[in-house]
Design a protein around this ligand. Sequence first.
Ligand code: GLU
Length: 504
Amino acid sequence: MKKIRVRFAPSPTGALHLGGVRTALFNYLFALKHQGDFLLRIEDTDQTRYVKGAEEYIIESLRWCGIEYNEGVGKEGNFGPYRQSDRKEIYKQYADKLIENGGAYFAFDTPEELEEMRKHLESIHSETQQYDAKTRKLMKNSLTLPENEVKERIAKGEPYVIRIKTPENEEIVVQDLIRGAVKFHSEILDDKVLFKSDGMPTYHLANVVDDHLMQISHVIRGEEWLPSTPLHVLLYRFWGWENEMPQFAHLPLILKPDGNGKLSKRDGLKLGFPVYPLRYTDPSTSEVSEGYREWGYLPEAFINMLAFLGWNPGTEQEIFSLNELVDAFSLEKVSKAGAKFDLEKAKWFNHQYLRTSSNQKLTQLFQHFLKQKNIFAENHFVEKVCEVIKERCHLVSEFWGQGFYFFEAPKEYDSATMKKVWKTETPQILCEVKELIKNCSEFSAENLEKIVKNLINEKQYSVGIVFNSLRLAMVGKNFGIDLFKIFEILGKNEVLNRIEAILN
Ligand code: GLU
């Protein structure tokens, strides 16, 4: 059997959308499942859309997600180079071959002439306004011009493009592993440009040539490429590679949370959640887009969430490590229908991973947020904080909101709580607690609770007043985890300081 080889082939036109990450993930899972190869190819033939830094961003995103490619840009293998701009010389011969065997033709039409055709077709209410099997007969190309004129024009250096010659009346069937047989009538296809006047191939030509040369066995990509696939099928045929054609699998679109349309790059800004794995700064506008990493998602949770966008294992299990995903994954379980993005579910996944993550790991992540606030705390202290607040958080970025009081003594006290707990006897009670704490030798939450409760019983104090005034002293408001656990983590000195502070 042919070795399984799949690829992720992004164009470096900006940040990698989460749909792109999902495509990479499904390719990766499929490759691992079948002991195949997973490669990264950068499709940068369209220099007008090239964005500086995008390639690095893509690679860094895959790295953060733990999606490792074993061949590709930066990891040269036997099928390189893996950046299409470094493969320029390869493509022309394939375009020429198509000209020779009648699968393509030269076209000399100027932009004005193309515009004129479009307008004409519009004026006669033609259903399609494209360069295709019908309209090419009226245009300036090697199918309509005499052979010697074609040669002359080329010899003179006149700009031309090479277009695919789509068949006139044929049904092209794309066999898709997810969708079954998808039929396209050639009438709706246009004679796409395969080779441009600047000497560069277009996506279609380079993509098919490279998939062939790189011995790709399965093309797994987003549904938006399905309409291009009949054209690719034709190219395989024209080059005589039909028998080695990869199998296709088009992944369902990721839809906006309300199910209305595709989740686009711009939606992240509008809907208030990231659509990118990592924060991205647009180099031309300096506009910053949020990323899952910076929002405090764990890559394992992000991946688990993405895996469920368009796939499910057919069981109740929802939490999957990467290895478990590899075992459970199959293209048969990928759905045809678009997958709605669900932010609450994404948070839920992250919560599940946060609560089971080690405190050391969470400390590393939380320290980033603390440093941004100019707070420098010892790791062992932050670990203790992580232990007690992780249950309450969905994102690492929420740790601060849940645990700020471990790092900063209250600067002010909530007046409504103050009013409730600050009775005439309160200062006296706090002084007594202070003395007990000062003399306490076993500074554990359990022991502290016992000591304070004894005092309450002995003196018949109000539990509410004692507990809430102490909490106010520690946190500044009625908020936070178990009071005595707060004591234990803050330590004797800090607890005494904070009681002292509220008394003054
Ligand atoms: N370069 C295309 C993209 O940006 C690749 C599509 C494909 O996988 O064939 O998504």
